[in-house]
Design a protein around this ligand. Structure first.
Ligand SMILES: [Zn+2]
Ligand SMILES: [Zn+2]
Length: 309
């Protein structure tokens, strides 16, 4: 994975810089240079962390490979296609869990923290993914008989593919929207609008979202508002990288039972004990209740029944 990404690194940085210059030139003052700087720091920080020997999942991946059920020979097109599909499904599961399990969201929320979507946001992925066990989601693919190096290589290509999805200037792409993850689909994914939350988790493909009911199309009447539901208003790298971890720690300290500890760790972000939370479902329920009460207060009074003659 690191090979593919290391090779592409100069192109990725160069292209995001060209986009920044063009957007700045077209509308001076509109480009968030500070946010792009934080994203650059994020990717450089991760490169440093790569040098440290604490990839806790690496020995586990090797152990699973040694205990695989079979070995898939990778010299045919079909085998490579199967590897790609299996990796895409594993990525879908990883990405969905990253939004619906707070333990994983603490890292992944860093990717969603920029309030402006652009190519630089693509390489802000958070520093703590290695510690939280992100790679565990890819273990079934290895266990089925695909070598860890090949799985991680395809994952690298998947992540690289997603770079261009962060362009806001690419329109909807016709029939491609049915098969592939596109900039339009990914704009919805990065939006904090209640109608858009928790949607479009795919990597290269969007078919698993369509299959599992998590696909949401971009609408002209609902322009995406980028960033978190509670927007991060600082450009301080430490607050961006560790802010959600700090909030989780504070909640865990207040937990009064093991059930609450588990809830804070593994339920969706915004979960609170006794149903008092701010999960996507809670927020939508609140909005619907507010809309219903507004409708009730503005509805015309019932016309009087005609008197029976
Ligand atoms: Zn995401
Ligand atoms: Zn993204």
């Amino acid at each position: 994975m690191s090979d593919v990404l290391a090779f592409a690194f100069p192109f990725v940085i160069g292209l995001s810089l060209i986009e920044a210059l063009v957007l700045h030139w077209r509308q001076p003052g509109s480009y968030d240079w500070k946010a792009a700087g934080v994203s650059l720091l994020d990717v450089l920080g991760r490169k440093l962390l790569l040098a440290l020997p604490f990839a806790i999942s690496a020995p586990l991946l090797l152990w699973v490979w040694q205990h695989r059920v079979m070995t898939v020979p990778l010299h045919t097109g079909w085998a490579l296609f199967l590897l790609f599909l299996a990796q895409e499904l594993a990525y879908y599961a990883y990405h969905r869990a990253s939004h619906r399990v707070r333990w994983f969201w603490a890292t992944h929320s860093v990717h969603h923290s920029p309030n402006q979507l652009n190519l630089a946001a693509a390489y802000r992925l958070g520093w703590t993914g290695k510690l939280t066990g992100t790679l565990l989601f890819f273990i079934p693919v290895i266990w089925l008989g695909f070598p860890p190096k090949a799985v991680l290589g395809v994952l690298g290509i998947n992540l690289l593919y997603q770079f261009w999805l962060h362009a806001t200037w690419i329109p909807r792409l016709g029939w491609l929207e049915y098969v592939f993850n596109t900039p339009s689909a990914h704009r919805v994914h990065h939006a904090s609008n209640l109608d858009y939350l928790d949607a479009n988790y795919g990597g290269v493909l969007i078919v698993f979202d369509r299959l599992f009911g998590t696909y949401v199309a971009e609408r002209k009447d609902e322009p995406p508002v980028y960033g978190l539901v509670h927007p991060v208003t600082t450009h301080h790298p430490a607050t961006i990288e560790f802010g959600r971890w700090h909030e989780l720690w504070q909640d865990l300290r207040q937990a009064r039972s093991m059930r609450e500890v588990a809830g804070y760790l593994f339920m969706p972000p915004g979960w609170g004990p006794h149903g008092k939370g701010q999960t996507t479902e809670d927020l939508r329920r609140q909005r619907d209740a507010e809309n219903a009460s507004r409708m009730a207060s503005t509805a015309p009074a019932e016309p009087p029944l005609p008197l029976a003659g």
